[in-house]
Design a binder for this molecule. Structure first.
Ligand code: AMP
Length: 435
């Protein structure tokens, strides 16, 4: 099946062609025709499946007809985090380049003045995080009575972050005869309830997690002593054939320090961590995406949810403290069907954390070399993990899932603990089979 078979306009087909996509992904094949027909939709799909284009493409064609009015957006997309909101906005810019649609982004941590000005002119598409939207709604700056198309994206993450009451309130302010699309990687009962209450006879589409995720990421573990970690990292960056790399460290101070140290060694390195201003983080992310910097040193908190196509390497400068952070981190590479390499530097003191990760993923990560620099840099071709790892062991019991953490208020200027998507190995207890 081609994009042309899905009923999209010629302008959109041209934009899709410019993006270099050969054919629609399964979620796009299933979602696009039915969204174009005006049906409600429940899409069970995670990031990495192409779900964003699955709703952005038909929305552009739907919104092409009609005009926006001041303060009354014609469509609303709810995203749990600012990073995701920005990525959806990027998608609109990319696919909508032959359609003159207006768009506004409403998210915490960014000056409200400009966002309000954009709204006052009238927008076709409003992309918002729930906290900021409720804020503006409360101040009378926005009316949702003309909003005929609603997308609730990443609904299960909204649940984890405590946003469901806000979403219910937002839904009740939209006209009843709207079209609603809900996307979620899993369908826990509160999300099923939300769908039952606010969607009208939705078409249900479920796609598997990207099937190639496991085999697309080659994982290696380099055993190294603490005082040699920086040398080992520099050696990897000098010897690996990498296009760009995200280097994860556990502490913000390490992120800062490592980014400066790499710059001093001549690498085009930048950083993203939770202490930075939102605008600085956006600027840094854009520099990485554009290729101006090729190494992005990041903390877990700031890097979750980031989607950069074609990240060739993820390097764990520190072994993450929580096993599931490992899965989130390495899922930054090997996205959208591409291959990636994940290298973890581990000291003796990390033995327990490494064991926890291996228990979670269900196989032993290939070891490479000992502490020596040159050995650390050599790719361990012979030790490549088997492309089909054995099935994961039974779920570990002790660690509470992120869902049990405190809800986050996105009015804060700093992104806090945000559930990320991943594209790495999927432990069995995270797989959900909807009924
Ligand atoms: P998403 O699941 O929406 O976060 O998309 C994951 C990645 O897949 C993004 O980098 C998209 O640009 C890319 N993508 C979306 N649709 C396609 C397609 N039909 N073919 C290839 N890549 C795509």
């Amino acid at each position: 099946m081609t994009f042309a078979d899905l009923g999209l306009s010629d302008e959109l087909l041209r934009a899709v062609d410019d993006s270099g996509y050969g054919e629609p992904t399964p979620i796009q094949r299933a979602a696009i025709p039915s969204v174009l027909m005006g049906k409600d939709l429940v899409g069970i799909a995670q990031t990495g499946t192409g779900k964003t284009a699955g709703f952005v493409l038909p929305m552009i064609d739907i919104l092409h007809h009609g005009r926006s009015r001041a303060r009354m957006p014609r469509s609303l997309i709810l995203e749990p985090t600012r990073e995701l909101a920005m990525q959806v906005a990027d998608n609109f810019a990319k696919y909508g380049k032959y359609h003159p649609l207006s768009m506004a982004l409403l998210m915490g941590g960014v000056q409200m003045g400009d966002q309000v000005k954009a709204l006052e002119k009238g927008v076709d598409v409003l992309i918002a995080t729930p906290g900021r939207l409720m804020d503006l709604f409360g101040r009378g700056k926005i009316m949702l009575t003309d909003c005929k198309l609603l997308v609730i994206d990443e609904a299960d993450r909204m649940l984890d972050m405590g946003f469901i009451p806000d979403i219910e309130e937002i839904c009740s302010k939209l006209p009843k005869d709207r079209q609603t699309l809900l996307f979620s990687a899993t369908m826990p009962p509160p999300i099923q309830k939300l769908a039952a209450k606010f969607l009208n006879d939705p078409k249900r589409v479920e796609v598997a997690r990207p099937a190639t995720a496991n085999v697309n990421i080659e994982q290696r573990l380099v055993e190294v002593s603490t005082d040699k970690k920086k040398d080992a990292l520099r050696d990897i960056l000098r010897h690996e054939e990498f296009r760009n790399a995200i280097v994860f460290a556990n502490r913000k101070t390490t992120v800062r320090e490592l980014a400066s140290s790499l710059r001093r060694s001549g690498f085009a390195a930048g950083q993203i961590q939770g202490d930075m201003d939102q605008s600085d983080r956006i600027a840094e992310f854009e520099r990485f995406k554009s290729g101006e910097i090729t190494v992005l040193v990041a903390s877990d908190v700031a890097a979750r949810g980031l989607d950069v196509k074609g990240v060739s390497h993820v390097i764990n400068f520190d072994v993450p403290w929580q096993p599931d952070d490992y899965i989130h981190r390495i899922g930054r590479t090997g996205r959208a069907g591409m291959t990636g390499i994940a290298i973890t530097l581990a000291t003796r003191a990390d033995a327990e954390a490494v064991a926890g990760i291996e228990k979670l993923v269900g196989y032993k990560i290939a070891r490479e070399g000992k502490t020596s620099k040159s050995e650390a840099a050599k790719p361990a071709k012979a030790e490549k993990p088997s492309p089909a790892p054995p099935p994961p062991p039974p779920p570990p019991k002790a660690k509470p899932r992120r869902a049990e953490k405190k809800p986050r208020d996105d009015r804060s200027p700093v992104v806090e603990d945000v559930e990320g998507d991943w594209n790495g190995p999927v432990p069995s207890f995270l797989s959900f089979k909807a009924d």
